[in-house]
Design a protein around this ligand. Structure first.
Ligand SMILES: CSC[C@@H](O)[C@@H](O)C(=O)COP(=O)(O)O
Length: 346
């Protein structure tokens, strides 16, 4: 299984090693990150992406910043500032801030010392190990729930964006459910939304599905609703960047179209995420900050400008699916069925 993010202790200085997801599947190149500026850049250009992988990036980022601080003799204020840059590099996926805060919370003090470095690293390793465990547990729970709802038979799925090993520390969330169904002989076919504008579905999910031998087709995002209405899919499953207390879910832009179509057709619409993606401090989805990304991502393809000169772009990276459109939210702690009532679920 591909590793999206790893800590490399054997180099001097130590590194965060990332597979560069902007280049896949054409090129399998690894970025060797030793300082905060490069980590923030990797997060912002989506070389590392996906909420749980960003959680690990935040956690390991604290250790990386301390290591750089030791080399460059940063005082505590500078170190806190640099860690803050990592934490705030992208706003919507709650895991980034969660991972950073979790590791910060494990320290006696955020200072550029050996003691703080080894505490931070040990907590980040723990966080990464727990993410893999959570993904495997939720994948199994999600597969059980779907087979229970739909009957023990091979199923056809629609999914959006990339939620596999690349988006996590290992295994995957929504992708993990698909993989689990495949291993149980209960996955017939997957429709993969290309996921405009950065094509995480075309480039990354299709790559992972091919490596796992799972039959699939990439479709344009605009096809997804019709795929569902025409009865080509038995369920839709997505990951999440932030799930609010009432179950409203932010995920890659385009997700809500799947939810609307699935509800109209009466097939399950499933959200899969580790509990680290649940933001209990935010009561409802309308309060989630939605990342807006550069215009060129929409107006150009492969560096070639396609729009009329002077055209503006609206480029929200995420949308919010209201909880009442979600059949089930699957975490490592089990399955929650939100229903229509607006109430705290987590
Ligand atoms: C398990 S990953 C869940 C989500 O983070 C994923 O579906 C998604 O929207 C990723 O967006 P991205 O902008 O590629 O980071």
């Amino acid at each position: 299984m591909v590793k999206a993010i790893e800590w490399v202790a054997s180099t001097n200085p130590p590194q965060i090693r990332l597979i560069d997801q902007t280049l896949l599947p054409k090129e399998e190149k690894y970025l060797e990150i030793t300082d905060v500026v490069d980590l923030v850049d990797a997060i912002q250009i989506l070389a590392v992406r996906g909420a749980p992988a960003l959680g690990a990036a935040g956690g390991y980022g604290v250790a990386l910043a301390i290591s750089q601080g030791q080399r460059e003799q940063w005082d505590d204020d500078r170190l806190a500032l640099e860690v803050g840059r990592i934490r705030d590099a992208r706003p919507t996926a709650v895991n980034l801030a969660w991972g950073t805060d979790r590791v910060l919370g494990s320290l006696r003090a955020l200072t550029a010392t050996d003691e703080a470095f080894s505490q931070a690293l040990s907590e980040a390793h723990q966080l990464a190990a727990e993410d893999e465990e959570a993904n495997r547990a939720l994948a199994s729970a999600g597969a059980d729930w779907l087979l229970d709802q739909l009957g023990d038979r091979p199923l056809r799925a629609v999914t959006h964006c990339n939620t596999g090993a690349l988006a996590t520390t290992a295994w995957g969330t929504a992708y993990g459910i698909l993989h689990e169904l495949h291993l149980r002989g209960r996955l017939e076919f997957v429709y993969v939304d290309e996921t405009r504008p950065l094509l995480q579905g075309t480039r990354l999910t299709s790559w992972e599905l091919s490596r796992d031998g799972i039959p699939h087709a990439v479709e344009v995002d605009g096809a997804a609703a019709s795929t569902i209405l025409r009865g080509f899919a038995d369920f839709a499953v997505i990951g999440a960047d932030r799930i609010t207390r009432n179950g409203d879910t932010a995920n890659k832009v385009g997700s809500v179209a799947l939810a609307l179509a699935a509800n109209y057709r009466g097939i399950p619409f499933v959200v899969a995420a580790p509990s680290s993606t649940v933001d209990v401090d935010t009561p409802r989805g309308e309060l989630i900050e939605i990342e807006e990304r550069p215009a060129e991502e929409v107006l150009t393809i492969g560096g070639v400008s396609l729009a009329a000169e002077g055209a503006q772009a609206f480029n929200p990276a995420f949308d919010v699916t209201p909880h009442e459109l979600i059949s089930a939210i699957v975490t490592e702690n089990g399955v929650v069925e939100p229903g229509v009532e607006d109430r705290p679920l987590f």
